[in-house]
Design a protein around this ligand. Sequence first.
Ligand SMILES: [Zn+2]
Length: 445
Amino acid sequence: MIEHLHGNSDIEAILVEKTDRLYRNFKDYVIIDDLGLTVYLVKENEIIGKEASSHQKFIHGIKVLMAKNYVDNLSEEARKGLNQKAESGIYPGSNLPIGYKLGKHDGKSIPVVDETHKELAVQMFELYASGSYSILSLRQRLKAEGFISPERFKEDLRRRTLTKSTMHRLLRNPFYYGDFQWNDKLYTGTHPPLIPKELWNKVQANLDRFEKKEMLSKHQATPFIFKGLFVCGECGRSITAEKKVKKSGKEYTYYHCTKFETNCSQKAINETVIEKQITSSLHGLEMPQEAVSYVAMGLKTSLTTKRATADKIKRNFEEEKKLLEERLDSLYEDKLDGNIAKDFYERKADEYSTRIKELDEKISKMTHASLDYYDFGSKILELANKASFLYEKANPEEKKELLSFLLSNSTLKDRKALLQYKKPFDRVLERASCSDWRGRRGSNP
Ligand SMILES: [Zn+2]
């Protein structure tokens, strides 16, 4: 649909049932918003367009974020099936490490050894365990010995040039000694191992040692917090940073335009000046308590619709559960009275209990799904509200991370940082700086 919108500039409005129908992801929202289309949300009784007030847009932005979260929740059902497969020792994914391929067993697809590349995998571990190779030199040796060649990877062009990072990932993969990782959990696999666990452990120790060395050399210099965050407001070139030592011996960090092939007139700006401007801007994200509760109210309204549907489904599950429990009771009485045979009772009782257990899981999931949904929206507000506090407590790396989460396309001009907040934080800022919260309450959030 998004592609269709791009190709048809005469479209002015979209009609949708509910927020989560419209947006597959947050990016779609940004695109639709940028195209300046008017969106009619039928179920939520809302119109979002150029004319919509900024707080309507803001709450809409939050709903989009939450709709994504809701969709994520639903796909959990599909995930559960795969987790069961993992539980039984079979890797549920299809992307197997080099040395394995998918085979069939009893109609199920399972990982089997790929004889073409088995030796490559084994050699990779044995050589790296010796400690006399870096990943790069290991790759060269394997190439020289013909393990990595276009002919060998004829059927899999994607892997033809085993990159450094792919090799690193393979060496870290527990699959080779018989376990596997699935959704951040380690499972004991039933597939044949290619190497013993001791060899794998040795390789991990070597990798750890190497990474530690690399990290130490990286951390010696403190990072430039604002590098990559700004472009020049005059000529659009990137902003670079450098350290300078003054006569007093004190070190200063300056940011300035690279002025690449331009006649830019911008001068350098001291890091502490930018820092001050950023701190005060982040303060602007804080909202008066009244405003926070106002937005929370808007979120609740949208949640009510969603929850009504969820509650209805939940009630159906609960009714079915009650019915089954009653049946189970009368079945038991029938058995006591001698009206039915023992094996019939056991079969039926087992059937009912299994279904009741299933229903219990579904009911608890419905309860949690709607809670998560609300939680996510509040988290965005909370983060906005605490941004300046978090920033002041953060170390340089964390500052960098927080700022890149909140900001994009910011510029530096005339020694001023012009900060651009990402959605929906731009709306938070807009609303927070507007003192007249009650005045706009007339329109339905
Ligand atoms: Zn410039």
